[in-house]
Structures are given as structure tokens and as C-alpha cells.
Ligand binder design. Structure first.
Ligand SMILES: Nc1ncnc2c1ncn2[C@@H]1O[C@H](COP(=O)(O)OP(=O)(O)O)[C@@H](O)[C@H]1O
Ligand SMILES: [Mg+2]
Length: 257
């Protein structure tokens, strides 16, 4: 299950005590159903703003955003969100955390449990089903958070620096898992990251954003870089590194200088 995202002329203005801030402007982007798009860019260029709007946590000030053809009116089960902090319910077991969404959506208890079983197995946590989040490492908690989102069968997964707090090994492990999962299930993913390598490893296309209120220009899309590399990506290959260099140059360019 997947869905297309269409963003056109998106603008977001925040009201602050010191006046309005135009955080992002003129953002136009189509994400195809089943596509994996990574968004990179310096702090403050509006990445999280864009994601919160897609999640329905924030309203656009201008422009249009649709998912599967329908305008976004708020958060919905068609869109699963994963943040850097795992957001698990500490008072529920791992299994209960994952079964919670499907049960709330009205699935029979046995079906909700079967979903939780399936996705805990997918992220390799079957053995930890009865533990509480506080008993797990950060990497494991993030796996639970991903399983929890997957168990809701969202057409779209929205991820804001989900691996940012993890050590390098755990992070690359989860990258491999996420990519495998996404390819297998064909979900549409918008994935924000600070890591250019992570973006090039995971994405079909990398959206480079620049600007931001502190640069005196609203955050906007600088360039969209397709990554036509094989599924089995070798992070040490010359082609991979050429993409890293290209994107790094775009990210570090003086903002609209
Ligand atoms: N709730 C808010 N109120 C006021 N300004 C905000 C709010 N959220 C974000 N901003 C501003 O919008 C700009 C973009 O922020 P954000 O989307 O968090 O960027 P990023 O995720 O790329 O670091 C920044 O200048 C930030 O200060
Ligand atoms: Mg952010």
C-alpha cells in the first residue's frame, strides 16, 4: 500500500512575538507512490516544518498538499510518523506498543496481535516482545517505533531524523532494514536526515533544501537529485561518492548568496 504526495507552492509562516517568520516558501515536490525521498539541508531550512505539514500537525499558510489526491486535514492513519525520540508508551510492553495502533483502528484482538508479531519479527525483536521500552537500547526502541508505525499499514511513512541519536553501527543496521522493508512493501517514504551518506544510501531521490529564516530567505528546495544506483548500494563506490560530493556541495553552498 502506498500513496502519492503532491506539494505545490507550499508556504509556512510562523507567528512569533517578534513578528512573522516565513519558514518555507515556494516548495513544490511530487513524491510518487512507493518512492523513497530523502530531504537534507542545514538546520533551520524547514525540513521538520515540511514533515509536520505532511503529518497534519501543522497547517500550510499557502499552497496545496495532497496525499493520494486528498488534501491533508490533520493527522491520519494513512501517514505514519517516526521521530528521533521514539515516542513509545513506557507503560506498555514492546508487543503492546506495536499492537496498540491496529487495536485502536478496530482490528480484532487476535489480528492486532498477529500484526504486532509480524512486525516485531520484521525488525528482529520477537525475543523482546514482553520487555518494556525502558529495558531496551536506543536502537531497539527505534526498531519498536518503526514496527509500531508499520503495523498501522500507513501508505506513507514520514521520518524526521529517526536514526539521528543512534551509534554508527546500529544506524547502518537499521538503514539496511528500512531499505529492505520499504522495497518489499513499496510504501511511500519521506525521510529527513542530516547525513548525506544516509540519504544517498536510502533514497530514490534526494531533496536538498537551503535557506531558512536565519539566512534572510525562506527555506526552499535548492535541487532534487535522483539517485539511479542499484538497490544493493556500495557506499565505497566512486559513483556513490560522486553523489555524496554533489549533494554536500549543494548543502554547503552559501545560502542564496
Ligand atoms: N513553532 C514555530 N514557531 C516559530 N518558528 C518556528 C517554529 N517551528 C520552526 N520555526 C522556524 O522555522 C524555521 C524552520 O525550522 P525547522 O522546520 O525546524 O527546520 P529544520 O528541521 O530544517 O531544522 C526555523 O527558522 C525555525 O526557527
Ligand atoms: Mg528538524
Amino acid at each position: 500500500m502506498s500513496a502519492e504526495i503532491r506539494i505545490e507552492g507550499l508556504e509556512k509562516r510562523y507567528e512569533t512575538p517578534s513578528g512573522d517568520v516565513l519558514a518555507v516558501a515556494d516548495v513544490t515536490l511530487d513524491v510518487a507512490a512507493g518512492e523513497f525521498v530523502a530531504v537534507v539541508g542545514a538546520s533551520g531550512c524547514g525540513k521538520s516544518t515540511l514533515l509536520r505539514i505532511l503529518a497534519g500537525f501543522e497547517e500550510p499558510s499557502g499552497g496545496t498538499v495532497t496525499v493520494a489526491g486528498a488534501p491533508i486535514t490533520g493527522p491520519g492513519p494513512d501517514r505514519g510518523v517516526v521521530f528521533q525520540d521514539y515516542g513509545l508508551f513506557p507503560w506498555l510492553t514492546v508487543h503492546e506498543n506495536v499492537a496498540y495502533g491496529p487495536a485502536r483502528r478496530g482490528l480484532a484482538r487476535a489480528d492486532a496481535r498477529a500484526k504486532a508479531d509480524l512486525y516485531l519479527e520484521t525488525v528482529g525483536l520477537t525475543r523482546f516482545a514482553k520487555k518494556f521500552p525502558g529495558e531496551l537500547s536506543g536502537g531497539m526502541q527505534q526498531r519498536v517505533a518503526i514496527a509500531r508505525v508499520l503495523a498501522n499499514d500507513p501508505a506513507v511513512m514520514l521520518m524526521d531524523e529517526p536514526f539521528g541519536a543512534l551509534d554508527a553501527l546500529t544506524r547502518s543496521d537499521l538503514q539496511v532494514q528500512l531499505r529492505g522493508l520499504q522495497r518489499a512493501e513499496g510504501r511511500t517514504v519521506v525521510f529527513i536526515t542530516h547525513s548525506i551518506e544516509e540519504a544517498v544510501y536510502l533514497a530514490d531521490r534526494v531533496v536538498v533544501m537551503t535557506g531558512g529564516a536565519s539566512h534572510g530567505v525562506p527555506g526552499h528546495i535548492r535541487e532534487i537529485v535522483p539517485i539511479p544506483l542499484a538497490e544493493d548500494r556500495d557506499v565505497t563506490s566512486p559513483a556513490f561518492n560522486a553523489f555524496k560530493r554533489q549533494i554536500s556541495a549543494l548543502v554547503h553552498e552559501r545560502a542564496a548568496a
